[in-house]
Design a protein around this ligand. Structure first.
Ligand SMILES: Nc1ncnc2c1ncn2[C@@H]1O[C@H](COP(=O)(O)OP(=O)(O)OP(=O)(O)O)[C@@H](O)[C@H]1O
Ligand SMILES: [Mg+2]
Length: 265
């Protein structure tokens, strides 16, 4: 089961990705959580101790690795000696960090040049690595993305079972989903499913339902606005540890059940 999680900044992608990853791991699956954001949010969300999290270097910023595997530096543009198919099969073992519940975390970092198709070494490495994770490895993959979907191309998007788009009951968040939908269509993502988050009132739920109906995107989970999530954030702990019985965690557990039913890893 390979799932990408996307959406506007701050909607709750990391909360959903990290909670979903740990709940799947508790069910006995081997889970690989991939952070496409360079800011180490997912490590914190999963509950990796901050001394460990702060020591993680995103793969895209690992100059030595990029140079060793591709023959060019992370920033350097296309070069004649460029290795298009760098070796990547040892990367999870070498750079993966073990998070609570046995989730493996890999911090990829960002694609340089923001989707301009820049052929620098770092992008080539990430692209081949993602192909490897999607095609050759058996883990359940949960990827915490950014709204631009820069990491995905045609070859990789088709290997994702679904892209979850997280949204809040706000128009800006719907606009971002529209943009993501266009990108997702271009790269041929198989299935886009919406997750409504921070739902406080019936009106919020209706807003999400109506807008996703218009876009023809099924809403597969509604997660309530839950102070347990903000309190956990302030306490610097994952919500799953801080408030395991909270309504927000229960809703993510429902989402997990839906995904397992549908994609049966
Ligand atoms: N269901 C919820 N109820 C209340 N607060 C929430 C909920 N989900 C997320 N939050 C809060 O919203 C903020 C953003 O959440 P999170 O970091 O998961 O979003 P994100 O989409 O990953 O953000 P970014 O784009 O910055 O990576 C956090 O402070 C989090 O505590
Ligand atoms: Mg995040």
């Amino acid at each position: 089961m390979k799932i990408a999680v996307a959406g506007k900044g701050g909607v709750g992608k990391t909360f959903v990705s990290s909670t979903l990853s740990r709940l799947l791991a508790r069910d006995g699956y081997n889970v690989l959580a991939v952070d496409a954001d360079p800011n180490l949010n997912l490590a914190m969300g999963l509950g990796v101790p901050s001394e460990v999290a702060n020591g993680i270097v995103p793969l895209s910023d690992n100059e030595a690795l990029v140079k060793e595997r591709t023959g060019v530096s992370a920033e350097e543009a296309y070069a004649p000696i460029f290795n298009m198919t760098p070796r990547v099969n040892d990367i999870v073992d070498r750079f993966g960090v073990t998070a609570p519940d046995g989730v493996k975390l890999l911090v990829m970092g960002t694609v340089k040049g923001g989707g301009t198709g820049c052929m620098c070494g770092a992008n080539a490495l990430l692209r081949v690595l993602l192909q490897h994770l999607l095609i050759q490895r058996g883990e359940v993959l949960v990827m915490d993305m950014v709204a631009g979907l820069e990491h995905l191309g045609r070859g990789t998007a088709r290997r994702m079972d679904a892209m979850l788009v997280v949204l809040e009951p706000r128009m800006k968040s719907v606009d971002t989903i529209r943009r993501i939908m266009r990108l997702a269509q271009e790269i041929e993502v198989k299935e886009v499913l919406a997750v409504g988050n921070k739902v406080a009132r019936p009106k919020d739920r209706e807003f999400i339902q109506r807008n996703m109906d218009e876009l023809d995107v099924p809403v597969v989970a509604y997660i309530p606005y839950d102070e347990a999530v903000t309190d956990a954030d302030m306490a610097g702990a994952p919500t799953l540890d801080y408030a395991p019985d909270s309504e927000a965690v229960k809703a993510v557990s429902g989402l997990k059940g839906y995904l397992l039913d549908r994609y049966k890893p």
